[in-house]
Write a protein that binds this ligand. Structure first.
Ligand code: HEM
Length: 528
């Protein structure tokens, strides 16, 4: 009888000892945590006033990562405290990122190409897109690892690395200047868009349903998918010719899935939660590799950029899988934005009767034939202003730079090794620049004040060394699509729908997508 009571007594003593130890441990942890908080967010800012203030966070190392991935827009806005818009710091999973939202500071960051650089991210970008370390090394090596030491093609007379060559080739392909090829690619885009927008093509696509009462002249569709079907395929065909798209029966669905999850890959979201998009990325890479394995004669119609990059990559010893992994990011960049741009633009045009009528009148003022790109570019100021406003309200990307040396920005010091971010939404919705209606859509905003186009707070295509090389081609694509769509078809709103909301929570690389489940259903009718 004595033994059990002894055991119970010991257990009780152990339990109360444990409870005492646990509470001492908890109190100690709390005191350490509180001291860290006071040091980090009260004492240190006071001792180091020239360091950008940090957005406070609860968990050391993790910082604001959880709130950033849950709602990146809200996390960024939480750092903009007052009208001076001083640069502030966000701590994201071990990284310190300086967030710049003051227009004067934004211009200074874009101008500084000596101590603030983008190049350092390129290798990581390629790794995240599925390239191996060995491939990245081949891409970044200067001169590239040509078998004979030099390129025999004449395409790389300065023996630049393949990464730098890709940037040069893209500038030559997309921008005006010496040896420019921008007209040829613009022409190719316009022709492909017009072809994919023909009734026979678009009405026979999967997911398009014809109403029983007029199957030969109308169909119902999601507006987002209508834009995606034309613009994503047109990007793939213009860059790689028709063969790449044909190699995967589910090319469009694969691209949608990539586009939806790409932020997880590029922001290195935990692999456990990104497996689905990694699988899609690898699938698309395999399809591109299969394309490169085909004899060139069986895949005609590629853009100069694509053929020139293939030639140089083969010269430098890259195999098809390596070429595909490196070009993945280009496949994403050229296709991911224009279809959403058209979706938001058409959404606003179709949901505003007066705007719709005025834009239709503008685009048809050339005559009865389909409006030419020249007419759409030069004689449609309301359409132009509407598109600029779409770019203002629906782009949510960010320019990134790495601090190579300690750098003074305004009165703050950015420390070497940290990153700089310029989030466009915070610029595009600044009421001090855009007025009290900064958050609302005004299609005539840029018509009333053209000077806003040159404002340092208007950066839909980024700026400085990484300014989007495709900005003119993108606008040409969108104008051609909207001009031809409104000329060829009538769009009827299917009743009872609210205006879709943009997904402001996910980090984006250009145009925001609508939130899951938000879309427009429209009835498209062929015009006589
Ligand atoms: C609405 C459409 C588009 C938007 C909003 C957009 C936006 C952007 C942004 C924000 C950047 C990065 C800027 C920075 O880091 O500062 C970028 C880069 C780039 N974009 Fe676009 N883009 C669009 C369409 C296109 C198209 C259609 C193409 C090609 C046909 C294209 C080609 C590129 C290239 C090549 C770069 C990298 C520039 C470089 O580093 O040289 N973009 N784009």
């Amino acid at each position: 009888m004595l033994l059990p009571s002894l055991v119970t007594g010991n257990q009780q003593r152990d339990a109360s000892f444990m409870a005492g130890t646990t509470s001492t441990y908890t109190i100690s942890c709390f005191v350490i945590w509180l001291s860290w908080r006071i040091w980090r967010f009260t004492v240190r800012p006071w001792l180091e006033p020239r360091q950008p203030k940090e957005v406070p966070y609860i968990f050391p190392w993790i910082g604001s990562a959880i709130s950033f991935f849950a709602d990146s827009g809200k996390t960024i806005y939480s750092g903009i405290k007052n009208r001076t818009r001083s640069v502030f710091a966000l701590h994201l999973a071990g990284d310190t990122i300086y967030v710049v939202t003051n227009p004067k500071d934004v211009s200074a960051v874009y101008k500084n190409t000596t101590t603030l650089a983008f190049d350092a991210f390129i290798g990581d970008l390629m790794l995240q897109c599925g390239a191996t370390q060995k491939t990245v090394q081949k891409m970044c090596q200067e001169p590239p690892p040509y078998a004979s030491g030099l390129s025999n093609t004449g395409l790389n007379p300065k023996n630049k690395s393949l990464v730098k060559l890709a940037i040069d080739f893209h500038h030559q392909q997309l921008l005006s200047g010496p040896n420019a090829r921008d007209q040829e690619i613009t022409q190719a885009f316009v022709e492909t868009i017009k072809e994919l927008l023909t009734w026979d093509h678009i009405s026979s696509q999967e997911g398009i349903s014809a109403p029983a009462h007029c199957p030969t002249t109308s169909f119902d569709t999601s507006l987002l998918d209508f834009c995606g079907k034309v613009l994503i395929e047109s990007g793939a065909r213009t860059y790689w010719g028709p063969r790449l798209w044909e190699l995967d029966a589910k090319s469009l669905q694969s691209f949608y899935a990539l586009d939806k999850g790409m932020w997880k890959i590029l922001f290195q979201y935990p692999k456990l939660f990104s497996q689905e998009v990694i699988t899609i990325r690898d699938h698309i890479t395999d399809v591109i590799a299969k394309y490169y394995r085909l004899p060139q004669s069986s895949r005609p119609g590629a853009a100069w950029f694509t053929s020139a990059m293939e030639t140089e990559s083969r010269e430098a010893g890259l195999d098809e899988q390596e070429m595909a992994a490196c070009i993945m990011i280009i496949y994403f960049v050229i296709n991911g934005n224009t279809y959403k741009f058209c979706f938001w633009a058409l959404g606003h045009i179709l949901s505003d009767e007066r705007l719709h009528a005025d834009i239709r009148a503008e685009i048809s003022s050339e005559g009865f034939s389909e409006p030419s790109l020249q007419h759409l570019t030069q004689s449609c100021p309301l359409l132009d202003s509407t598109l600029r406003e779409v770019l203002r309200l629906y782009t949510s990307s960010a320019s990134m730079r790495l601090v190579l040396e300690d750098t003074v920005l305004d009165d703050k010091v950015l420390l070497k090794g940290n990153k700089v971010m310029i989030p466009y939404r915070a610029l595009h919705e600044n009421p001090d620049v855009w007025g009290p209606d900064a958050g609302s859509f005004d299609p005539r905003r840029f018509l009333k004040n053209r000077a806003l186009l040159r404002d340092a707070s208007y950066r839909p295509f980024g700026g400085g060394a990484t300014l989007c090389a495709g900005r003119f081609v993108a606008v040409a694509e969108v104008l051609s699509f909207i001009g031809a769509a409104l000329h060829r078809y009538d769009f009827a709103w299917i009743a009872g729908q609210g205006f879709p909301e943009a997904d402001t929570m996910k980090p984006t690389f250009g145009m925001m997508a609508p939130r899951d489940g938000h879309d427009f259903r429209v009835q498209v009718t062929r015009r006589q």
